[in-house]
Design a protein around this ligand. Structure first.
Ligand SMILES: *[C@@H]1O[C@H](CO)[C@@H](O)[C@H](O)[C@H]1NC(C)=O
Ligand SMILES: *[C@@H]1O[C@H](CO)[C@@H](O)[C@H](O)[C@H]1NC(C)=O
Length: 547
């Protein structure tokens, strides 16, 4: 390990380091997959009326990414929009490499008419995730797509290979253009109620999934919407849950699944019903007015279209959702990305070094609707935090600008950065005093969801934790007037976004950055700034790489 306090090029060992770097992060054993994406505006008609969508290579939703554990993904993005663009990768951990995270606190946007190449490694990951454009409300115009990370060939998967593997990107949709959605928020108002739900970019019966009778299929469902929890179900068919954001689960059967914004689930569905067509249904959850949309599950030899009422699902009821959440557990004897069973990591035997509590709120600041965490409503810095940190640019942010516990004080605007040390093992409690369901996401990590409870969390709440077989995932819900507790091993150095996946709340300040820090300055802990890094704000014109 090289401890290099000077600029790297003045350090004699830098050449050796460079060689080490080339062998560690450009690992010749791990395959490369190359993608070229042209991002444009184009006409889409998801709810029957023409809208301007964000297309990738002409597609809405964008192309699916298929990768195998440890693959290097080289994704060249050409921005043909007339505004800046950033692509973020929900659930990809970017080990040692928050430079690729694609949030405005880590990376400069790709300016119009420019290109940028993301270099991601899906190190030690499997499972179902998605990507999306992270700036403004662009996610409300498309630009998202599925990511499937397959197990390496010799790693056992705890179910037989399915006969097909379908991706379902579902979520709420607004007829308002993404710029107008942003203007609504900037004017200090909340978003209107969504106009509908989409499945893979289409409305009512807009997709057909064709299956053969007697066979079993995997459906990977992600909620890519802006604000609304959804319920997923298939008429007359059971859903056998097998994977949640990279964790293989106990294979329980469900008649329907709640999927909060930003979450991903895999289920197996066996075509064990009479030959005909069936509804695949998503409906809005916890909304007074219920939005519903359907696709068609088509038995290949069926001549009978869908019939019967669209099956109903849970709507306002919260207790059933909490109950279901507690049944989602990890299969302790199944492999994850490595051959050893994933449950061999005994998170429940480790004592957290500290407890961080993050409480969301919806204050008015200067007469405008904002959202806050521990009274701090995050505002974008003029320079990405990661770059400000790297170049030691003062005045962009300070570590500790958000308290680690709620203060009860008045909310204020601030660029919000919390400090943490590499190798800490933390307990984070998301405390929700509001009436709405929250969905929290942490970039760069997979965390253990140890408990859901109602009311105010107290140290006694720990007695109800699942310290044995909960799932590790990257996005968790918090029920109204309730808390959710997670354990997280801070084993990934970087500047990581912690955010509401409700994109209106995120945009209006319900987010922060966790700066996981080590003084070591070693490339074994964190990669140096990429040589193609875009520079902006006060980092413009700096030198990124001396070599
Ligand atoms: C991509 O951008 C770089 C500069 O950032 C430029 O040198 C390169 O020519 C661009 N590639 C294409 C194909 O336009
Ligand atoms: C857990 O995984 C093992 C190993 O693949 C498998 O045999 C078993 O059926 C799974 N158990 C449950 C309850 O899902």
């Amino acid at each position: 390990m090289c401890v290099c306090k000077m600029r790297p090029y003045t350090c004699l060992s830098s050449l050796i380091l460079l060689i080490t770097f080339l062998f560690t992060c450009v690992n010749s054993e791990d395959p490369y997959r190359f993608f070229t994406w042209k991002v444009t505006y184009g006409d889409i008609y998801p709810l029957g009326i023409k809208q301007q969508g964000i297309l990738i290579n002409g597609q809405f939703p964008g192309p699916q990414i298929d990768a195998v554990t440890n693959d290097n993904l080289i994704i060249s993005v050409y921005n043909y929009l007339n505004e800046p663009l950033l692509i973020s990768w929900n659930g990809i951990q970017h080990r040692r490499n928050s430079w690729q995270d694609g949030m405005s606190g880590t990376t400069c946007p790709i300016p119009p008419r420019k290109n940028f190449t993301y270099t991601l490694q899906v190190k030690d990951q499997i499972g179902t995730f998605f990507y999306f454009p992270s700036l403004g409300m662009q996610k409300g115009a498309g630009g998202f797509g599925g990511i499937r990370i397959w197990s390496r060939p010799r790693i056992p998967v705890p179910f037989p290979p399915p006969s097909g593997d379908f991706t379902i990107l579902a979520g709420d949709w607004f007829k308002l253009d993404h710029r107008r959605l942003r203007r609504v928020l900037e004017n200090g108002h909340n978003l209107p109620f969504p106009d509908g739900l989409l499945i893979n970019g289409r409305g009512w019966n807009g997709n057909t999934f064709t299956i053969d009778q007697g066979k079993t299929y995997r459906f990977r469902i992600s909620n890519v919407g802006l604000t609304t929890s959804i319920n997923f179900r298939i008429q007359d068919h059971k859903l056998k849950l097998v994977e949640v954001e990279g964790s293989h689960t106990l294979q329980n059967y469900y008649s329907s699944l709640d999927i909060h914004v930003g979450q991903s689930y895999s289920v197996l569905v066996t075509a064990d019903q009479p030959v005909k067509d069936y509804y695949v249904v998503v409906s809005s959850r916890f909304t007074r007015k219920i939005l519903t949309t359907t696709s068609i599950l088509h038995y290949s030899n069926s001549r009978v279209g869908v019939s019967g009422p669209v099956p109903g699902g849970p709507t306002l009821d919260i207790a059933s959702s909490v109950f279901q959440a507690r049944t989602i557990r990890r299969n302790l004897t199944a492999s994850g990305p490595r051959p050893n069973p994933q449950g061999s990591y005994k998170y429940g035997l480790i004592n957290p070094t500290r407890t961080i509590m993050l409480a969301n709120s919806a204050p008015y600041i200067n007469g405008k609707q904002r959202y806050a965490v521990n009274s701090v409503s995050h505002v974008e810095p003029d320079t990405p935090l990661k770059l400000a940190d790297y170049f030691n640019i003062p005045g962009v942010f300070y570590v500790g600008s958000i308290p680690t516990n709620p203060t009860g004080g008045n909310a204020y605007l601030q660029t919000s950065v919390m400090g943490a040390n590499f190798h800490e093992f933390v307990e984070i409690v998301f405390q929700n005093w509001e009436d709405s369901v929250q969905s929290w996401h942490i970039d760069g990590y997979s965390f253990f969801v140890v408990g859901f409870g109602s009311g105010q969390w107290t140290p006694q709440s720990r007695s109800g934790y699942n310290l044995r077989d909960t799932v590790a995932r990257c996005t968790t819900q918090v029920y109204p007037k309730s808390w959710t507790a997670i354990y997280m091993a801070l084993d990934n150095v970087g500047m990581w976004n912690i955010r509401s996946e409700n994109w209106a709340r995120q945009y209006l300040g319900q987010q922060l950055y966790l700066r996981v820090y080590t003084p070591s300055n070693s490339w074994r802990d964190e990669y140096p700034v990429p040589k193609n890094a875009l520079l902006c704000g006060r980092a413009s014109g700096r030198r990124t790489r001396p070599f």
